[in-house]
Design a protein around this ligand. Structure first.
Ligand code: CTP
Ligand code: MG
Length: 186
């Protein structure tokens, strides 16, 4: 039981920079679109106005800030975890490697988000319109791939992260929508 809880806690800890990086661009978006307003050969925008340079930078900065916060918090979390489970070297890696991991997770998350938009435009989904799996999983999968050189999560860890991402994405989007920052609740 404690082992499962520790795993869940570590999964949340690990995923935090990616989730924050993916959900904060909306706070600072605007300005130049990453695709510079250009069109692809199919006549549709390469990425669309929903992907801006400022939004990308804001997301990466917030994601890294989370990692820095985690760096300071790790020495406090470690003994708490150790009260309940044996903290393995793999767990210590997740606990303490968070700044470099946060950089990779954040850049990866926003890259996955861009790839998702590129695919959405190609299949003629308009900017802001939903594309269920792309919107919710593209960023976390790419974040995991980017962080892979530093941390290779096991299958259970990945399943937890993916399931949590589906839940969190839904809740955070609903929140952002309710705050009036976004025109759709997805
Ligand atoms: N945003 C941004 N820059 C990014 C990512 C997001 O400025 N690199 C901002 C935009 O204002 C965007 C909002 O965050 O409208 C929500 O992000 P997202 O849902 O990813 O974009 P969509 O508008 O839905 O566009 P798309 O259909 O291309 O995903
Ligand atoms: Mg969207």
């Amino acid at each position: 039981m404690y082992e499962e809880l520790a795993l869940l806690e570590l999964a949340i800890w690990f995923g935090l920079p990616a989730w924050i990086a993916n959900s904060t661009p909306v706070l600072g978006g605007g300005g130049s679109a990453i695709d510079g307003g250009r069109f692809y050969s199919d006549g549709r925008r390469i990425l669309g106005d929903g992907k801006t340079i400022r939004g990308f930078i804001v997301g990466v900065i917030f994601g890294i800030l989370v990692g820095i916060g985690q760096m300071f918090a790790a020495p406090y979390l470690h003994p708490i975890l150790a009260q309940f489970v044996t903290v393995t070297p793999a767990m210590e890696l997740v606990l303490y490697a968070q700044v470099p991991v946060a950089v990779l997770l954040s850049v990866g998350a926003l890259t996955g988000d861009i790839v998702g938009s590129f695919i959405k435009r190609r299949i003629d989904v308009k900017s802001g319109d939903p594309s269920p799996f792309m919107d919710q999983l593209g960023f976390i999968i790419m974040a995991l791939i980017f962080a892979y050189p530093l941390i290779q999560p096991g299958p259970i860890f990945i399943v937890i992260l993916v399931l949590m991402t589906l839940g969190i994405h839904w809740i955070s989007n609903a929140l952002v929508y309710l705050l009036g920052l976004k025109k759709n609740p997805w």
